[in-house]
Write a protein of this length. Structure first.
Ligand SMILES: Cc1cc2nc3c(=O)[nH]c(=O)nc-3n(C[C@H](O)[C@H](O)[C@H](O)COP(=O)(O)O)c2cc1C
Length: 349
């Protein structure tokens, strides 16, 4: 399968298998998309990616990582994203949005700010356990809080459709709220949402089910997971496989396979393609479509992931910050076909 061959998921045809991985930009006020989002995401659509995913968009104000996160809990925010989705679609790419709630990792500071500006709301989580000593202790969520999160994800999915997105990805990775429920290291609950694997999976599956039931049957829903906490006694590949089998039953179409983020001291063996093995095992053991992500930077490396049937698509983050035209460049390096924007045809690689 060529990197620049199309992939059809449900009725949606995506022109190639290079996807823009979600990347927080911390460039919003009141959750609104700005000129930055139009140019930043638009540039990656011009650069030839098949699918352009927004950064984590918060489903509620309290679910934001920082006060400058993108949000999608009201109509004005959805409308602010419309020019972005329109522009991405005009370039022949698919606009996708990642929906997220940061849970106990909310109310943090923007990385390039020295202080925590305006990020001082009280945070919630499955249990009253802080992420690290630098974070506040969350309030343990009660049944009403849990129901609100399910409703918030659904409402945000409705607004995503209004905004013009064709794909939603549910963020269940990187130690954010859904991952906090999954992992026994962050979930110490004694009720039906904690304890056994079945109980820890309950909320993520309820969210997945309600969004999938709403989202048009012709279009896909993705889930990003952290396939392991890289920590003894934490979330791991075996539990991920059980979760993905359940997500598949609910109708989730693709698992975007990341790792880590729930334990501040985890030792992660970072290196080229270091998470590909998780995409491969999840694909092999569940038969679902997978996306590989993490230090994929070289065209041959990306192609070989597909050749070895380790994943169906690749997601690139930092390499696409370095070079938004990476897909155009990679197609040339691999001698595969990609359509250039007419405006740029005089400058082939
Ligand atoms: C600036 C930046 C912001 C990120 N924000 C998000 C995010 O909003 N949601 C998410 O799931 N991952 C986020 N990530 C992780 C990336 O999507 C990706 O999984 C990670 O960077 C590894 O891929 P890479 O080696 O190609 O950069 C972010 C990464 C970077 C560099």
């Amino acid at each position: 399968m060529n990197l620049f061959s199309e992939i059809k998921i449900r009725d949606l045809v995506i022109k190639n298998r290079v996807f823009v991985s979600p990347m927080c930009q911390y460039s919003s006020t009141d959750g609104m998309a700005s000129n930055w989002h139009l140019v930043h995401l638009g540039a990656r659509a011009v650069g030839g990616a098949g699918l352009v995913m927004s950064e984590a968009a918060a489903v509620s104000p309290e679910g934001r990582i920082t006060a400058n996160d993108l949000g999608i809990w009201n109509e004005i925010q959805a409308l602010s994203l419309k020019p972005v989705t329109q522009f991405i679609s005009e370039q022949g790419a698919v606009p996708a949005i990642q929906l997220a709630h940061a849970g106990r990792k909310a109310s943090s500071k923007v990385p390039w700010h020295a202080h925590n500006l305006n990020s001082d709301w009280s945070i919630v989580g499955p249990s009253a356990v802080a992420f690290s000593k630098d974070y506040s202790t969350p309030k343990e969520m009660n049944d009403l809080d849990i129901q609100k999160v399910i409703n918030d994800f659904l409402k945000s999915a409705e607004l995503s459709l209004l905004a013009g997105f064709q794909v939603v990805e549910l963020h269940m990775a990187h130690g954010y709220l859904m991952h906090q429920f999954l992992s026994p290291l962050s979930n110490h609950r004694k009720d039906q949402y904690g304890g056994s694997l079945e109980n820890r999976m309950r909320l993520p599956l309820q969210v997945a089910k309600s969004v999938r039931n709403f989202w048009p049957a012709k279009w896909p829903v993705f889930v990003r997971i952290s396939a392991t906490d890289w920590t003894e006694g934490g979330w791991d590949l075996q539990q991920s496989i059980v979760l993905v089998s359940e997500l598949k039953k609910v109708g989730i179409d693709l698992i975007d396979c990341s790792t880590g983020g729930n334990v501040s001291h985890a030792k992660i063996p970072v290196g080229p393609g270091y998470q590909v093995e998780f995409a491969r095992e999840i694909k092999k053991q569940t038969g679902i479509l997978t996306g590989a992500v993490g230090m994929i930077t070289d065209p041959q490396q990306a192609q070989s992931i597909l050749d070895k049937d380790e994943a169906d698509v690749v997601l690139l983050a930092r390499e696409l910050l370095r070079d938004p035209h990476w897909p155009l460049r990679a197609a040339a390096a691999l001698k595969q076909t990609i359509t250039w924007p007419s405006q740029y045809e005089r400058a082939p690689f």
